[in-house]
Design a protein around this ligand. Structure first.
Ligand code: MF3
Ligand code: CO
Ligand code: CO
Length: 272
């Protein structure tokens, strides 16, 4: 069947019920990858070392990295420290006590893409970074709770924006979530801000990521000279969580749940 037959007028692909299994496998693998590095995220360890562990784990499990070779990117993960918003490049720089970091992994397993990121703390956290991590995580989970057929993408953006701004934080507007499936970045752009009832309608069979970036300061970002690293303009702390999800008749399934319950770094043991 022609691919376009299964797309909405906005170009959003509607997958078959049988496609969920492949996404669950790919999503589980990237979630396991993030679980695997948990004990390695500590002061003195380089982000390049963590990236190598990630690359090895992905290939050892019969998958490939979606980011190696993507638009010239050369690593199996993005590792974004402190005021880095996203797309931080792994390097020989070592973690320091109190650093907060997002690790983002995308892998391809049997043709399906799994994409997830979560926050980690190296050593001891502090109240300020804990608050940002909690707000960002809760913003994502509120958006996921609003995913069901008949709702609109603007409802998700609104859930994130209204909550984060109500907590005196700001939502980054320069990057968004995305459709995925047998491709990395597909329609729609999933905005992390918006108004209720606006944007495309959500329908069963849609697969997409939600990946809000929330700052303690202002929302503005800039890209460093390396062409990748996005930082907050005001150098305030930034956090991000990302899940890949699929819309069902009644709500959604999260493909990237942590098998070990480690998604939230300060609440390990929780199912999210
Ligand atoms: N994983 C990121 C996302 O959530 C994209 C990273 S692209 C890279 O969409 F090239 F920077 F790795
Ligand atoms: Co993504
Ligand atoms: Co990602």
């Amino acid at each position: 069947m022609k691919d376009s037959v299964n797309r909405t007028p906005e170009g959003i692909k509607i997958h078959n019920p049988g496609d969920f299994a492949g996404m669950h496998k790919a999503g589980r693998l990237v979630a396991e990858t993030l679980d695997m590095v948990t004990d390695e995220v500590k002061p003195g360890v380089s982000t390049a070392h963590i990236d190598k562990l990630i690359e090895t784990f992905i290939y050892d499990h019969g998958a490939t990295s979606a980011t190696i070779g993507y638009r010239g990117y050369q690593h199996a993960s993005c590792i974004s420290l402190n005021h880095v918003v996203c797309h931080g490049i792994p390097s020989e720089k070592t973690l320091r006590d109190g650093d907060i970091l997002n690790i983002d992994v995308t892998a391809i397993l049997d043709g399906w893409y799994g994409d997830t990121s979560r926050m980690y703390v190296a050593g001891e956290s502090n109240k300020k970074s804990e608050r940002l991590i909690n707000v960002t995580h809760d913003a994502l989970m509120r958006a996921i709770a609003a995913v069901k057929p008949g709702n609109h993408f603007g409802d998700l953006g609104h859930a994130i924006q209204s909550f984060a701004e109500g907590q005196r934080c700001s939502v980054v507007r320069d990057f968004c979530g995305h459709g995925l499936g047998r491709v990395f970045h597909d329609a729609p752009n999933v905005l992390h801000y918006g108004k209720p009832g606006t944007g495309p309608m959500i329908r069963a069979g849609m697969f997409f990521t939600i990946e809000p970036m929330v700052n303690l300061g202002r929302a503005g970002t800039k890209i460093l000279a390396d062409g990748w690293t996005a930082v907050t303009r005001d150098r305030s702390l930034s956090a991000q969580f990302e899940h890949s999800i699929g819309v069902t008749d009644t709500g959604c399934e999260i493909f990237t749940l942590s098998p070990k319950g480690l998604f939230h770094p300060l609440k390990s043991g929780d199912a999210v």
